[in-house]
Design a protein around this ligand. Sequence first.
Ligand SMILES: NC(=O)c1ccc[n+]([C@@H]2O[C@H](COP(=O)([O-])OP(=O)(O)OC[C@H]3O[C@@H](n4cnc5c(N)ncnc54)[C@H](OP(=O)(O)O)[C@@H]3O)[C@@H](O)[C@H]2O)c1
Length: 185
Amino acid sequence: MTSAFEKKITLHMVSSLDGFIARKDNSVSWMESPGSIYEAGVSISEEEIASFLKTIDCYVLGSRTYEHSLELGWPYGDAPVVVITGRKLSSTKKNIEFYSGDLKSLVDLKLAPRYRNIWLVGGAMLCQRFLELGLVDEIRLTIAPVLLGDGLRLFGPLTEKRWNLKNVVPHKNGFVELVYSAATA
Ligand SMILES: NC(=O)c1ccc[n+]([C@@H]2O[C@H](COP(=O)([O-])OP(=O)(O)OC[C@H]3O[C@@H](n4cnc5c(N)ncnc54)[C@H](OP(=O)(O)O)[C@@H]3O)[C@@H](O)[C@H]2O)c1
């Protein structure tokens, strides 16, 4: 258990160069590594990925991302997952809970008292809502080396807001990770 003051909400998404997170038909196979080698990039081992993922205390998903994740192969293991939906969904998995209602109350009353490192992992609709409400502390965007031309846009109309660049990590496979924190002023 950690105090409410310590929580951090990270919006994490993989985007195409032209800002799409899924093709029009919802497919995301373009996220698979093309294997191209960018010599100056880093490569991260499976063990490093696994130990990094252990630092994430909770995932928050929109219901469409949840349903798509079930189809593609559940990537969140036994980590706590909160699915946002207005429907009566259920799961036999004990680590999955469903939430319907005000998102600020979700963060303040349900997430912050229990979790520190909270990852909001999509989709576009839910991420935009979190951004509009000022509930995102960090944006971690992984840019894939592909132009899709069409599909589901990560960002829609938003109120202008400045973000501070915190880290840039180029990967050997041509993907680039950009990390921004919310500017306070
Ligand atoms: N490239 C990436 O990194 C990435 C990451 C995640 C997802 N994706 C892709 O994105 C697509 C899904 O994104 P999406 O934007 O269509 O949908 P989404 O954000 O995953 O889910 C939208 C649903 O979430 C629920 N919801 C959202 N805001 C709510 C609120 N304020 N209160 C209550 N419920 C709320 C509603 O569920 P109900 O309709 O059930 O009420 C809504 O229909 C999929 O194709 C997925 O594969 C890509």
